[in-house]
Each structure stands twice: as C-alpha cells, then as structure tokens.
Unconditional design. Structure first.
Lengths: 174, 174, 174
C-alpha cells in the first residue's frame, strides 16, 4: 500500500523557527554514469517542486552531467553491478557493444516509467532555479574546460559548497 | 587504542533544545550489492539502538535489499574494485563463477566478524521500528512490483523522503 | 565565469545562534579506490581551512585509505566506469596491467592539476586536527588489524560516528 512517511506529518520542534525561510537541499554529484546521474536530478526536481532552494555541486565524474559534450551520452556499465535488473555475466558484459546495450536497456526502462531524460531533468532544474555548480578543483583533473559546461552552470570551489551546505536542511553526497 | 569520538562528549549549544525530541536518521540506499547493503543496515541498527527514529528510502538498485526475491541473494562483484581485500585480476574476475566466489568470500568474512546477515539486519530493523520505504518513482524503472516487497515495507515518493530528511539530524545517501 | 554560491552570502536565520560555535563536518568514507578517496580528503581539507571541526569515519573498503600498507597504493579501475575521461573498452580494461595504467593516468591528471597526493592530504588532515576514525565493526570484516592503521587514527564504532554526526552541520556518506 502506498503510504506517506507518517513521521513527516508530525511537526518537528524546530519547525516554528524554520517556517519563515525556505528549506534547502545541497548535493554533491560525483558520478557520471547514467544510473548515478538520476538520483540527484530526481531529488533536485522533487525538492524544487516543494519550493526548496537546491544546489548541486558536480565534481569528478559527475562533471559529465553538466558537460555539453557528454550529458546526452551518459552510459550504464553492464559490468560489476550484479544488482542490474537483467544481470549480465561479466564475461559477456565485457564484450564490445555491451555498455551500449545496457545503456539502451536502462533508457528504455526510464522511458517506460515516464521518467524525464537527463536533458529534460536539467531543463527542469534550470527552470526551477536549481543552482548548478562545477567543482573548480576537479575540472582540471578531469580535463573539463569552462567552455565545456552547459549554459547556466557556474564554477565554484569546495569551500563554497561547504558554506552552502552548512545552511542546508539536507545534504547528500551522490 | 579504541577511542570514542571525543567531540561527542562535548554537548553542542543546541543540545538543550533538542533533548526533548528523538534524534532522527534519514538514509537513501541506492545500491544493491551485498557490500553496499551493509552500511545503511549497520547504521540503521546502530541508530535504533541509541533510540533514534530511522527511515531508509530504497531506490534504484537499492530496491533489491527489500525485494523478497532478491534480498537473500545480494552479490559482490569481484570486478572493478581494486580495493577488495583479496584483489582479483579483472581477467580472472570476469570468468563465470567469480561473482559467486567473491560473494561467498565476503559472506565468510561477515560471519567470522559475527556481523548479522542482511536478512537478520532487516529483522532487527523491523523490530526496532526502522521505517523501510520503497521509492515509488524508481520501482517502475527497475521493474519492481508492490508484491515483490518484503512485509513491512511501504511505498513513498522522493518528496516524502525529503520531508522526512528535512527533520533529520543526519541524512546520508548510500 | 567563476561564481561563488550566491546564497552563501545571505546569512541564514539561524546563523546568529550558531556563530558562537565551530561548524562541523562528519563524513563516512566507505570506498577504497584512488578516485573515491579524494572527495572526502578534499572536503576535509577545505572544511579545516574554514576553521571547521572535521571527522572522517573510514569503513569497509574506505579503511584502505588509512591502512599503512595500502594508502600509498590506492588504485583506479578502468572497468565499469564509462565516465572515465579516457574511456577504456571493458575487454581491454580487463587485461593485465590496465588497472595500473588507469591509476597511473589519473595520478598524472591529479599532479597536473596540482592536487596533493593521498599521503599529502592525510598529512594536511592530521596537521589540521581532522579526526580520523577506523570503523571497529568493519575492521574485522575487512581483515584490518589495529597495527595496520596509520598513526593518528583512532578506532570507533558506528554509534560514536552517529553521535558525532548528530552535532554536525554537514554529514556526507562517500
């Protein structure tokens, strides 16, 4: 049976003092596979729909999600994830074409479940004023130039993220 | 030498106002391998033992942990994790049977360390009134039906998780 | 254009009451690959540079980061990460020597970006009084003995971490 989280119906003692300001969600997105890109994008869209202020800090492989050359081509690996709904033996998964096959399969599941694509989620994020930050420290490591970033993405350092997260109600590292 | 975290002995300035209510831990469990299932289950049991209110939101591969057909069969991959205590060359790790071997090896270590199994941890969680939620958005993507869920698991959306997490003392994405 | 997080310039309503105490960052480091070791070490150094109190709780594979036999030899896998800046076909990535090649490649990028090594980051952490804890529960599982830990690392349980994190401004699971 579908249930809402009962506890959420009970106001927290601190709710009174917090009612005056917007809630805030701060996330780090450190992974660049298609499957790992979804959780921060889903949470960002959900939080924005609740009126929260949201910031995502893309770092390391996560920079791919906001890289204009890569965000439409994120992939799922069929290897080393025995939790894949259709598990692929590693010896098969290593064959050429299998990463493309796993990616295509997951895109099909996403579509059937009517989940927006990564590009659509990024549009939702920008329309909802979700703040998108590229990690300045790891852009160099990953070979990402300023010109590689999607429009609407700013560059920020780890200290700026921490400062933002310190005022957040929920902080998550994905 | 075993040490407790010294800082924890020092009351935080806000401790007074918070003393009246239970602490709360909110977690997302997004991975479905045996090794990745343990941290949220260990943290949930630990928090519950301290009297905390705990909620775990299972999403994407993490749904396997509360899937009655899968929770007893979670696996560890020997591939692509050079940090495995007994590292396996990838060419060997890709051979048929090696995922089963790595899983069996890790189960042996868990048992030797007297760590409960996933099934036992889930029992502890339910006995401790840890709230278990299956993510409604990703159940469709991962092909999980309501009937696949273990007893005691409710279905909730991302906004319900955010609402629960907003009142949490600690929120973690695993 | 480089931007700081605008929101961070706006004082949070609760900032007044919190100004008197140090901010606190609590992290779990659960992974032991070279790439996964960096985010908690970068965040710890950044937070410490801001004057924050920082504690990192190393668990499961993350114990490798503070294992004196292993911390200088953390590796990157070329397999199952299609987000690698120089993607390697899995069939090639599985060949002997490819994990070493991927590790060496990433170390080169880190060096070119003038990022400290893991050993240097650990020195920075200890000089900044970042608290380093090895998870007592998983040391046994992963076969880590007290004598394997780097100097300055204490042993703590999950409840101690939760207690520390409950007083943190930002908690992250890496």
């Amino acid at each position: 049976m579908t249930a809402t989280l009962q506890a959420s119906a009970v106001p927290r003692p601190s709710a009174g003092s917090e009612a005056a300001r917007r809630r805030r969600l701060a996330m780090v997105a450190s992974k660049g596979t298609l499957d790992a890109a979804y959780p921060p994008l889903i949470l960002a869209a959900s939080a924005a729909s609740l009126g929260w202020e949201v910031g995502i800090f893309f770092t390391f492989y996560g920079l791919d999600i906001i890289n204009r050359k890569k965000y439409r081509k994120l992939k799922v690996s069929p290897l080393a994830n025995p939790a894949m709904p259709v598990p692929v033996p590693n010896l098969i998964g290593a064959l050429p074409g299998m990463t493309a096959a796993a990616t295509s399969m997951m895109k099909g599941w996403m579509k059937a479940a009517k989940l927006p694509t990564v590009a659509e989620f990024l549009d939702i994020a920008r329309e909802s004023e979700v703040k998108l930050y590229a990690c300045s420290t790891t852009m160099g490591v990953m070979g990402v130039a300023e010109g590689d970033l999607l429009p609407g993405v700013d560059i920020a350092g780890a200290t700026a993220f921490l400062d933002f997260a310190a005022g957040a109600d929920v902080s998550l590292f994905v």
